[in-house]
Structure formats: structure tokens, C-alpha cells
Ligand binder design. Structure first.
Ligand code: FAD
Length: 160
């Protein structure tokens, strides 16, 4: 019978050293499950992705990341905002509507902002307004509307 020539991996997908038992087999309880599965051939070695070399965001990635940031930011808007808070949130949305990198998205958003002035009176008001603004884009793209009564669960408190 031919001798096995493939060298045994020394390092696993997790970056940890692979531990072998005395019989030369990978030790199940000494390695992470991912590494164990990898060295025993149960899963392919995951390709290491160089995130620094990703391509610039397209409209989907930019949109998803932006909404995440915007909803997360607004979820922390004060219950009792000061005049400065109000002025700064107005400024934030003005900049967004002028400089959002997807220019036609920005133009429509600017129009929406003009026709539906943002509600900066308190946390609930701002987040309901934002939910409505996001739903307007969802509608335009033929997507399902989000139930705005659930904004806190999605963006602040989490689901049960
Ligand atoms: P997204 O719409 O990015 O939503 C992300 C997550 O937010 C969802 O998974 C959901 O959990 C939650 N969510 C969805 N709706 C709501 C809501 N109403 N309230 C609270 N949470 C919600 N794309 C275009 O093609 N054309 C445009 O004109 C356009 N305009 C945009 C304007 C702005 C200001 C922004 C930020 C993005 C715009 N986009 C536009 C991008 C588009 O809205 C989506 O982000 C993109 O299509 C990716 O969609 P998605 O399925 O990942 O979910």
C-alpha cells in the first residue's frame, strides 16, 4: 500500500496550531470544531478573504450599510433633545440628501425630505419618521414595507 504523502496541516482555519493525538490523528477535543472538520476533510479549507481588497460598494451594499448606520444612529437620539440635538440631526439629514453617493437616490431622498419634514421632537418621532422614509424607498423598489411599530426591536432593544 502506498504511503500517505500529503503533509498534515500544522495550522487550522482558525489560525490555531492543529493538535494531533499520539496515534497521529487530529485530536477532536483539543481543536476547534472548525479546525477539526477541516483537517479531517469534512469541510473544505475556507478561503481567507482579504477584506482590504474588496471592491467599492454597489447600490445594494452601500444602501444596506447606510441604513444600518442611519437607523442605529437615530435609535440613540435623545428622548428630550436639546435645540442643538435638533439642529444637528437636521444637518445630518441635509448632508445625507445632498451627498449620498448614489446620486439619484439622494435626489429622491431630498424630495422626500422636502415633502415630509423630519420629526426631530423626540426619539420616537424621529425613528417613526425614518421608518416611513425607508419604507418609501422600499415601495419604490417593490420591497415589502417594514412594520414601523417594530422599529425598537429591530434597531434598539432586540427581539425577545
Ligand atoms: P435595506 O433596505 O438596506 O434594509 C436594511 C434592513 O433594514 C432590512 O433588512 C430590515 O431589517 C430593515 N428595514 C427595512 N425597512 C425598514 C424600515 N422602513 N424601517 C426600519 N427598518 C427597516 N436603492 C435604489 O436602488 N434606489 C434608490 O433610490 C435608493 N435610495 C436610497 C436612499 C437612501 C437614503 C438609502 C440609505 C438607500 C437607498 N437605496 C436605494 C438602497 C436601498 O434602500 C437598499 O438599501 C438596498 O436595495 C439594499 O436592500 P436590503 O434588502 O439589503 O435592505
Amino acid at each position: 500500500m502506498a504511503e500517505e504523502t500529503t503533509p498534515k496541516p500544522e495550522v487550522g482555519a482558525s489560525g490555531r496550531k492543529i493538535i494531533y493525538d499520539k496515534d497521529g490523528k487530529p485530536c477532536r477535543s483539543c481543536n476547534t470544531l472548525l479546525d477539526f472538520q477541516m483537517v479531517t476533510g469534512k469541510i473544505a479549507k475556507p478561503a481567507v478573504k482579504d477584506t482590504y481588497r474588496e471592491d467599492p460598494p454597489d447600490v445594494e451594499k452601500l444602501g444596506n450599510s447606510s441604513w444600518t448606520f442611519i437607523h442605529a444612529l437615530c435609535s440613540k437620539y435623545p428622548e428630550n433633545p436639546t435645540p442643538e440635538d435638533k439642529s444637528e440631526i437636521n444637518g445630518f439629514f441635509n448632508v445625507l440628501s445632498r451627498m449620498y453617493p448614489c446620486t439619484w437616490c439622494a435626489d429622491d431622498f431630498k424630495k422626500y425630505l422636502k415633502e415630509h419634514p423630519l420629526d426631530n421632537k423626540d426619539n420616537e418621532g424621529l425613528n417613526k419618521w425614518l421608518c416611513g422614509a425607508h419604507n418609501e424607498v422600499n415601495k419604490k423598489l417593490g420591497k415589502k414595507e417594514f412594520d414601523c411599530d417594530l422599529w425598537k426591536k429591530r434597531w434598539r432593544d432586540g427581539w425577545d
